[in-house]
Design a binder for this molecule. Structure first.
Ligand SMILES: Nc1ncnc2c1ncn2[C@@H]1O[C@H](COP(=O)(O)OP(=O)(O)OP(=O)(O)O)[C@@H](O)[C@H]1O
Length: 279
């Protein structure tokens, strides 16, 4: 967590009054820049004029009541919404200065740079080793067996799973406990050396001990990766996130340093939500 509390800034905003950036550039580099993002499922508008800057090597939590657009927004960052035929998107999503929706953007390359971890652990029906080594082989990151072994070990170490699985790498990923399976999915995501990891409620299917393990892991992973996570758990956002964005009915109501948002929310709606008055 940053010791300096950043100041909300509305400079340069095309939509004055909508907070989206934090005047914290001296501390952090920009990873993802979103401007005037709108998304419709058919005629139903799910995201409304979103503007937000997400910072490198930080954890940003997306919070808000059910159906407010958190997962939809997350999927805009790796173009997973493209897989839904009724979706229509307008606006800009830039990653390290590149428009992710540009025609020349290679979707496979994008998904290599932006890994994703889902609510329910979903290892492939393959060995623990194969779960981690498959994507790096597909992306030609490694080919020699010795390099694969090294990469698998490193990813499993980074995911905090190596000591638990090093003697059973050929056993099925599905033989692990739920919490271990989720860490295997994290190892699989980081094995291709992404810049960003998207997590959609990564602990909601896990017990409290496995949840705490993943939260500790997020704290370590942010040394290497930018993490954007959706959570319904307010305490989790307060524990793991450097920054938090509060969504409501498809809009970003407030975005700030997590400590600042949780101690002195600027908007009444945010205060009501984080104090459990609705949602
Ligand atoms: N595949 C889809 N087709 C049509 N509408 C969808 C689809 N996915 C989501 N929606 C709609 O978009 C809106 C935002 O949904 P989304 O799942 O992004 O919200 P959320 O904040 O992640 O919700 P939750 O916290 O319950 O997961 C909702 O009205 C939802 O019904």
């Amino acid at each position: 967590m940053n010791s300096q509390a950043p100041v909300m800034s509305e400079q340069d905003t095309p939509n004055v009054g909508q907070p989206y950036t934090i005047n914290d550039q001296a501390c952090h580099d920009l990873s993802i820049r979103v401007r005037d993002l709108n998304l419709w499922y058919g005629k139903n508008q799910a995201l409304k004029n979103l503007n937000i800057d997400l910072f490198q090597k930080n954890v940003t939590a997306l919070i808000g009541p059910s159906g407010c657009g958190k997962s939809t927004f997350l999927r805009c960052l790796n173009r997973m919404n493209d897989l839904i035929p009724t979706v229509h998107t307008e606006g800009l999503v830039e990653m390290d200065g590149h428009d992710v929706n540009a025609k020349k953007m290679d979707e496979v390359a994008l998904r290599r740079r932006v890994g994703m971890v889902f609510q329910k652990p979903n290892p492939f029906p393959k060995s623990i080793y194969e779960n981690v080594s498959y994507a790096p082989r597909m992306h030609d990151i490694v080919s020699r067996k010795a390099d694969q072994d090294e990469l698998v070990e490193q990813a499993l170490r980074d995911a905090g799973l190596w000591n638990e699985v090093k003697d059973k790498l050929q056993e099925p990923g599905t033989s692990l406990s739920g919490g271990q399976q989720q860490r295997l999915c994290i190892a699989r995501a980081i094995a291709v050396q992404p810049d960003v990891i998207l997590m959609d409620e990564p602990t909601s299917a896990l017990d409290p001990i496995s949840t705490a393990t993943i939260e500790d892991l997020m704290d370590r992973l942010k040394e290497k990766f930018t993490i954007v996570t959706v959570t319904h758990n307010m305490q989790q956002a307060a524990r793991v996130a450097d920054y938090t964005a509060f969504f409501h009915l498809g809009e970003i109501i407030e975005y700030n340093d997590t400590k600042v948002m949780f101690s002195t929310p600027a908007k009444k709606k945010t205060e009501d939500y984080i104090s459990g008055r609705y949602g």
